[in-house]
Design a protein around this ligand. Structure first.
Ligand code: NAD
Ligand code: UPG
Length: 329
């Protein structure tokens, strides 16, 4: 039996593919390469195409004996989603609908879904628990919540069991050194800060220093990409063993401000990393920190890289060795 990984050529997806291969799983990847990279797929079968292309997806299901899906494929940028909501509804919500229809036709009953901390919006309390209020402050989070809810109704009607993993901020790279983060254009804080250290940008912008946090900049919970990958394998195992549908947060439970991330990056890289305060970015909640107690208890998940220094050092190893990402190879 094979695992279908949608978005498996992307940042987190490629790390999950690596972990599946390391475990000896058969892997089938679907990616339209709008963000992903062929070189990031370390094994298995890669189908280049779009989730929303019914004929293409029917062929993928027909040609492979798929018993579970891990669904990463989506657009996922908070800032962009506030400028182009249609893109997010079309790719995320409609794309997921297309995938679920194909799974249903093929009789595939398990899906692990990439959800996000952005489903919560501005939290009522931190750390955030899975039963806390979900009131997204950006279109991206709204579409992810809609996707989660859609999957639940496919469970009710068709018995498609799901584990929805609400990750907080992914960072870092695989310890083998072959894969890491390479988005174009890049908009995530950690790779942008490291691009400054590499001399590729003159400074890092701090989007807002008037938030209700200790130093005024936004607080996030950074989680290593390989720890995220591990959680997907555990979630898939649970579904294969007949586990019920469920939602889990994935984070380290520790918040770091934008200014702290820059400071730690200065220590890791030894570079001065100039920073400039700029206006707030639309849609950003002030603080997002996870309680991942449920994932630890029920999935047996234990993140191995819980220090921000280690996460940034792992990202730095990738960026300093691959300053042009996959394109520079
Ligand atoms: N990066 C984070 O910090 C973070 C945090 C929480 C949740 N997530 C979620 O995790 C998932 C992966 O995030 P990422 O950072 O690896 O993003 P990414 O953009 O690197 O990966 C997504 C992949 O999906 C592919 N894709 C997109 N739409 C597609 C379509 N219609 N058909 C086929 N392929 C398609 C892209 O080419 C890309 O390779 C996303 O669903 C995102 O919302 C990411
Ligand atoms: O040049 C920059 C880039 C980002 N930020 C700030 O840094 C923080 C982190 O931003 P970013 O790295 O873009 O991540 P988020 O917007 O928090 O979103 C990420 O984390 C979410 C979960 O928390 C996921 O759902 C998203 O897919 C993923 O992109 C935010 O406060 C940004 O405003 C800056 O100050 N300057």
């Amino acid at each position: 039996m094979a695992v279908l990984v949608t978005g498996g050529a992307g940042y987190i997806g490629s790390h999950a593919v690596a972990a599946l291969l390391e475990k000896g799983e058969q892997v089938v990847v679907v990616d339209n390469l709008q963000q992903g990279h062929k070189e990031a797929v370390l094994g298995g079968k890669l189908y280049v195409g779009d989730l929303r292309d019914a004929e293409f997806m029917a062929k993928v299901f027909a040609e492979n004996d798929i018993d579970g899906v891990i669904h990463f494929a989506a657009n996922s940028l908070v800032g962009e989603s506030m400028q182009d909501p249609a893109k997010y509804y079309h790719n995320n919500v409609y794309g997921t609908l297309c995938l679920l229809e194909q799974m249903n036709k093929a009789g595939v009953k398990s899906i692990v879904f990439s959800s996000t901390a952005a489903t919560y919006g501005e939290p009522e309390r931190v750390p955030i628990g899975e039963f806390d209020r979900t009131l997204p402050t950006n279109t991206y989070g709204e579409t992810k919540l809609a996707m989660e809810r859609m999957i639940r109704w496919f469970d009710v009607a068709h018995g498609i069991k799901f584990v929805s993993l609400r990750y907080f901020n992914a960072a870092g790279a695989h310890e083998g050194g072959q894969i890491g983060e390479d988005h174009s254009p890049e908009s995530h804080l950690v790779p942008l800060v490291l691009q400054v250290a590499l001399g590729q940008r003159p400074h890092i912008s701090v989007f807002g220093d008037d938030y209700p946090t200790e130093d005024g900049s936004c607080i996030r919970d950074y989680i290593h990409v390989s720890d995220l990958a591990d959680a997907h394998l555990l979630a898939l195992d649970r579904l294969r063993q007949g586990g019920e549908s469920n939602i889990y947060n994935l984070g380290n439970g520790q918040g770091y401000s934008v200014k702290q991330v820059i400071e730690v990056s200065r220590q890791v890289t030894g570079h001065a990393i100039p920073a400039k305060i700029e206006p707030r970015r639309a849609g950003d909640p002030a603080t997002l920190v996870a309680s991942s107690d449920r994932a630890r208890l029920e999935l047996g998940w234990t993140p191995k890289h819980d220090r921000l220094e280690d996460i940034i050092a792992s990202a730095w190893q990738w960026h300093s060795r691959n300053p042009k990402g996959y394109g520079g190879r």
